[in-house]
Design a protein around this ligand. Structure first.
Ligand SMILES: NC(=O)c1ccc[n+]([C@@H]2O[C@H](COP(=O)([O-])OP(=O)(O)OC[C@H]3O[C@@H](n4cnc5c(N)ncnc54)[C@H](O)[C@@H]3O)[C@@H](O)[C@H]2O)c1
Ligand SMILES: [Zn+2]
Length: 369
């Protein structure tokens, strides 16, 4: 089974192809949607795990892959300069294309480099992590970090096409996979009640076992949802904000753990439990539905690290966030499964109580697992 979703934007449409082994269709898709020669960017881990197969895909491409070291530390402006210098050395021209084959880090760097190299060349996204497949490769956001914060420099640069081969997930470790699954659960909660039901009924186990058919179905649902939001709100004026469900608290926890104790997805899983509590507290979500969501989230939280934190530290991080408008944080809450609302009407007292509650929840889940 291969699925194809078309992202419809005012200036252009492009396809996202999802399937098992679909990387073999690279040449065919490139002929149709690519330009010039393909210059590949990837990281050491991916090349180590997939070298032969990637080599096979590059037959109509420049033969040398630009291989960068893995890791978020690479997301800095110096890497963009290096990638562009290598492109010059390789002779990449205006009419050529950069193919970013990797996780969100390679995707963000590749997309950004493509958007500025020779004032912009096309790029193709070939995501190899679950997070990149359901989230970062869709939507055209690219960028790098500054010492002052994550993703502070970047651009919008839509790819010529996105090729999602679920086979890449076979070599992704369990922690990385679970972390990406946080965005799948997030998508279900904010936008797809039927995806939520299928996860509840065991699609998550089949995904964790890397069952190709379930992965294709699940990833397709997430891609459809995100592609639709991007089509309606390409430059993040409003609707895209719903995608931040679980992320306001999640980002703060991730930062408190120095981006090491908790991965992004792990922090978002904890953040989503708080968002559910806040939704119930705020009166928008029925208590029973809140309980069933907590039960589902606990399946993953049992194997996710907990961190020590003081609620005040989390509050300070949220209230001082540069992106917080007029000092009032916005929270994405739920009215029902699949129905998000955005509010800035969460008092500090309610927030502080919810964070106390999170501490107890972390303790209870860790003691019982
Ligand atoms: N642009 C966006 O809209 C957007 C959205 C969400 C996240 N992001 C960004 O995405 C980044 C995180 O992405 P990520 O979680 O994919 O991390 P990542 O790119 O660092 O990949 C995680 C690890 O898995 C390895 N890896 C990748 N694919 C593999 C495979 N198939 N087999 C074995 N190992 C593999 C990588 O080498 C790396 O060590 C962050 O920088 C974040 O800011 C961007
Ligand atoms: Zn996220």
């Amino acid at each position: 089974m291969t699925n194809e979703i078309i992202v419809k934007l005012p200036e252009e449409n492009y396809p996202i192809v999802i399937g098992e082994g679909v990387r073999q269709r690279f040449s065919e898709l490139f002929k149709k949607h690519g330009q010039g020669r393909a210059f590949w960017l990837s990281d050491k881990n991916i090349v180590a795990a997939w070298d032969e197969n990637l080599g096979g895909l590059c037959s109509n491409s420049h033969t040398d892959i630009i291989v960068m070291p893995p890791g978020e530390e690479q997301k800095q402006i110096a890497t963009i300069e290096r990638v562009c210098q290598i492109l010059v050395t390789m002779g990449a021209e205006r009419g050529d294309t950069l193919v970013a084959c990797g996780g969100g880090v390679v995707g963000d760097i590749g997309g950004f480099a493509a958007s500025v190299y020779l004032r912009g060349i096309p790029c193709v996204q070939i995501p190899t992590t679950l997070l990149a497949m359901v989230d970062s490769s869709i939507g055209g956001k690219t960028g790098v970090d500054l010492p002052e914060g994550k993703n502070l420099i970047g651009s919008f640069h839509q790819p010529a096409f996105v090729l999602i081969d679920v086979e890449f997930l076979k070599t992704l470790n369990g922690r990385q996979f679970r972390s990406g699954f946080a965005e799948v659960v997030k998508t279900a909660l904010i936008g797809d009640a039927s995806l939520y039901r299928s996860i509840e009924q065991g699609a998550d186990d089949r995904c964790f076992q890397r069952d190709a058919a379930t992965l294709i179905e699940t990833i397709t649902a997430c891609v459809k949802f995100k592609a639709d939001i991007v089509a309606q709100d390409e430059k993040e004026a409003g609707l895209r904000r719903n995608l931040n469900f679980g992320h306001t608290i999640g980002h703060a926890l991730e930062a408190l753990g120095n981006y090491a104790a908790l991965s992004h997805g792990e922090a978002v899983f904890w953040g989503m439990t708080v968002a559910v509590d806040l939704s119930v507290q705020h009166g928008s979500l029925n208590h029973e539905i809140g309980q069933t969501i907590h039960q589902l989230l606990e399946r993953y939280l049992k194997v996710i690290p907990a961190i020590h934190f003081r609620p005040k530290e989390v509050m300070d991080l949220i209230l001082n966030d540069k992106k917080t408008k007029a000092g009032k944080p916005h929270f994405v809450l739920l009215e029902d499964i699949g129905k998000p609302i955005v509010t800035d009407q969460i008092s500090n007292v309610i927030l502080s109580n919810a964070l106390e509650h999170l501490k107890h929840r972390m303790k209870r889940i860790k003691e019982s697992s």
